[in-house]
Design a protein around this ligand. Sequence first.
Ligand code: UN1
Length: 471
Amino acid sequence: MNAAGGLEPASGLLESRSPARPSQVLASFPETSAGEVRAAVAAARRAQAEWAGLPATERAERLSRAAAAVQQAAGELVELGIVEVGKPRGEMAGEVQRGVAILGYYAGAALDPDGDSLPSPDGRSLLWSRRVPVGVAGLITPWNFPVAIPLWKLSPALAYGNVAVWKPAPAATAVARRLEEILHDVLGAGVLQMLPGDAETGTALVEEADLVSFTGSSRVGGSIVSAGAARRIPVQAEMGGQNASIVLPDADLERAASMVAASAMGYAGQKCTATSRVIVVDGSEGFVEALVEAVLALEVGDPGDPATAVGPVISSSALSGALDAVEQARRSGARVLVGGRQSREEGYFMEPTLVGEVEPGSHLCQEEVFAPVATVLRARHLEEAIEIANGVRYGLVSSLYTSDLDAAMAASRRLDTGLVRVNAPTSGVDFFAPFGGTGASGYGLKEQGKEAVHFYTKTKTFTFSPSGRGR
Ligand code: UN1
């Protein structure tokens, strides 16, 4: 993902403002200094020994209680998220419920088998391996899923015996503060510390933590990966996408149009899983018209209104960046099929925008715009569509709309993305399945589901042999 959050420094303080009403300040805070980060990590390290020493049943119990506490505060988190990051009500409510489910899932996972028993070489010894915690997890999270992303990192970190120091994106600081308060009483002191801040705080955390899980832009992710490698610590970085949806003529074209419209424009396209390129294979008559209709049918407006599908983008720079990208494409000969303009005076609203007659190699088709903007490309056949889909440096999700099983099987083998979805939108993630991309989209071990255990633990192998004293 890209696009800086809605922060504007004012008298040395960072601020988080409502993107629908930028005059409204939600949180204002000084950046956590490098020294404060060091102190927080030192405190976390002391707390970690105790947390890891708890029986797994107790850690499971605390995560279950955390799930109940988030559930109890769900209404409040939903309202705060709507205002702070401009996420439409329905999606924000779904996200908080997803967070509750994630905590419950990892409460269960804390009780999974934690190792392997192996045959011993001499037939008398015991040989086994166990998964043990890594230590202090540094979590760096974006503003666009202010509840679910922190929880899908935090929950496995804690379940497997680590503690966490967490730096949320400045634009989601109010939600982060509230979430930390909710969790604090249940988890105990030092188990989770939230440090508000921006780049300086994040850099310091990468210098101190025992592992780092990051979600955000490719640029920041790349420097975190390098800094982590220099310290020889595990890093996972989830860094956005330029996701393609391929539409074949045998698909249910009406249904495909409404799914593509929702996954391209929902939450103003501010998901690393959003559809950014729609590749229409020749013969799909009427699909583009149906897509334009479906886009026009999406409600744009106040994210608090239950009917709204498309709220504001996060900041004025995100809005001007997206408007500029569309304007550049237009100047290079592309055609705006729908949208393309700012849609209100107040707040960072942009009309859902489809751009056609655009080159697959152009900026708009290669870079992540993180706004309600998608391109429409043509391909002569499935082969060409796959080539176009794979022709970007990203590789997070692709989707294919078809009723031809053979085409689906062939394409799903060849699409070079971490997730491939057939007759399903690119956006939307199952928290119990592995998640992450290839290329510029992802680095390191995947997140979520049972896969998370590999990142948040290290393996230790034990050999116990008889003492030789005869018993
Ligand atoms: C989703 O599509 O439900 O930052 C989740 C993002 C992704 C998460 C997408 N890491 O947009």
